[in-house]
Write a protein that binds this ligand. Structure first.
Ligand SMILES: [Zn+2]
Length: 197
């Protein structure tokens, strides 16, 4: 079932699937590749996702970089992405479906060059899968509403959660608002899901 699709841009902003702009690839400093700089290789089941789109719809909604990261489990360069140093109060929504995934209240400077959060806004909106690629065991993080890849979560974050959600800016859309308004935005989104069945 499709719900809440503010996709008036779908038809008006069609991009060629052969867009020549190169995807953001792993550009970590030579010699040391942080674990969150490596792309993910898990398969996310479409079963149970509330929002599904065809590849054409995804490509129409997303920029090539957003598509690469969110739909092909890519990564973006550290320190050269939209939100790693964003300190404005507000809400970070999923780029794929606008689900409210992270709050500025939980964002902290991890020093990695990617947006880092100590927890998601609502655990129910975030899915996780074990990612065993590159000889590591990592926990992949994706949007539980539309399946868009977000990043990974590592057990080296600040207290009390002790978690570091290392998220790609390309998977997020920041909406500036007072921090006190974030929970209302989450409630509004949740109510719209419930209302839509
Ligand atoms: Zn989503």
């Amino acid at each position: 079932m499709l719900i809440l699709l503010p996709d008036t841009a779908l038809m008006s902003d069609m991009k060629s699937p052969n867009d020549p702009s190169p995807p953001a690839e792993d550009c970590a400093p030579a010699g040391e590749t942080p674990a969150c700089a490596l792309p993910s290789h898990v398969r996310i089941s479409e079963d149970g996702l509330r929002v599904t789109r065809t590849e054409e719809e995804w490509r129409a909604r997303l920029t090539p970089e957003q598509f690469h990261v969110a739909r092909e489990h890519g990564t973006e360069p550290a320190f050269r992405n939209a939100y790693w140093n964003n300190k404005e109060p507000g809400l970070y929504r999923c780029v794929g479906c606008d689900a409210p995934l992270f709050s500025s209240d939980d964002k902290y400077d991890s020093g990695t060059g990617w947006p880092s959060f100590s927890r998601p806004l609502d655990e129910r909106l975030v899915g996780k899968q074990t990612d065993r690629s590159y000889g590591m065991v990592r926990t992949e993080v994706h949007c539980a509403v539309c399946g868009s890849h977000q990043g990974h979560v590592f057990p080296d974050g600040p207290r009390p959660s002790g978690l570091r959600y290392c998220i790609n800016s390309a998977s997020l859309r920041f909406e500036a608002m007072e921090a006190s308004a974030v929970s209302a935005a989450l409630e509004e989104w949740t109510a719209s899901l419930d209302g839509g069945g």
